[in-house]
Design a protein around this ligand. Structure first.
Ligand code: BG6
Length: 294
């Protein structure tokens, strides 16, 4: 493929050296721009024309082989959270993915299909195929497709789009769509609680795994006058995270004040909602991220 390709409906794709010289794709459609690093198949930017970026990316993020990017959309697989002696949130986010296919659809959207190459960490699992399709249009669609290639062993895993959203001021943000759900509160040692708020507000560290949470979540940003909508399919968990002041100060790859400018609302299947995929079966996780004016 040429370094820059065009289709009749004006979408453009450029293959560039991104930050830290890591290879990156820049996609421009009639509605939006997106940047995707092969490192982690990590979407670092999705911006609709004439709108502030949808995704938060830390000014202090590393862009280094083997290190996670702080912001955008880390793809979490095959485990969520810490694991002794291993990188937290799985190895998929710190491996270079391969591009399998780029599709220009007649409607002007662009889809890129990635594949996670075999690795020593992956060899600890039954043989599997991990593919990731990112579709850029007026919204951003993500699909992680896992196939258990074993003929005998089940594949047990967690998956999650650890999406960092950009907000103007966390004090003016509320999150709707989780009322009535049980969650594990990681701030209080994984104690189980029930969400009672129609509109969750964040004014201290929040780190919650909502269980059996399949519905759409809206992030309402009153200062920016924008609602970000997170729609999902085949996802039974939603994680909400903001590190707040002390945690922000402890993270080397996150600015001290950046907790005011972000919130993570993550769609996946984690903890008790982990997946157990029978031999030969395929499962996908899908999210559509869109926005509208308040
Ligand atoms: C969230 C977790 O999903 O990710 C938090 O619930 C964690 O506990 C956060 O701190 C960031 O993780 P990491 O590994 O990217 O620093």
């Amino acid at each position: 493929m040429s370094p820059e390709s065009k289709n009749p409906v004006s979408a453009r794709i450029a293959f560039l050296a991104g930050r830290g010289d890591l290879p990156m794709l820049k996609i421009t459609t009639a509605w939006s721009t997106a940047e995707i690093y092969l490192h982690g198949a990590h979407v670092t930017n999705f911006t609709r024309h004439n709108e502030p970026p949808l995704l938060f990316l830390s000014q202090s993020s590393r862009f280094e082989a083997g290190q996670p990017i702080r912001g955008g959309i880390p793809v979490i697989f095959p485990w969520f959270g810490p694991r002794e002696g291993m990188v937290a949130h799985g190895f998929a986010r710190v491996k270079p993915w391969e591009i399998q296919e780029v599709v220009h659809a007649p409607d002007g959207s662009v889809s890129v299909r990635f594949r996670l190459p075999a690795s020593p960490e992956g060899a600890a699992y039954p043989p599997f195929l991990a593919e990731y399709v990112v579709t850029v249009s007026q919204s951003l669609q993500l699909e992680l497709i896992i196939t258990n290639k074993s003929t005998t062993a089940p594949l047990e895993y967690e998956d999650c789009f650890h999406t960092y959203f950009q907000v103007d001021d966390i004090a003016a943000v509320s999150i709707a769509g989780l009322k009535g759900l049980e969650y594990l509160d990681k701030v209080t040692g994984f104690s189980k609680k029930t969400e009672t708020d129609d509109a969750i507000r964040i004014s201290s560290e929040v780190d919650r795994v909502y269980l059996n949470a399949t519905g759409t979540v809206d992030i309402r940003d009153a200062r920016l006058g924008r609602v970000i909508r997170v729609e999902k399919e085949n996802s039974a968990s939603t994680v909400v995270w903001n590190p707040w002041i002390a945690k922000a100060q402890q993270m080397a790859d996150f600015g001290d004040d950046e907790y005011q400018k972000m919130v993570c609302v993550e769609s996946g299947n984690v903890n008790i909602n982990k997946r157990i995929l029978a031999p030969g079966k395929t499962a996908s996780l899908r999210t559509t991220l869109s926005s509208f004016v308040l």
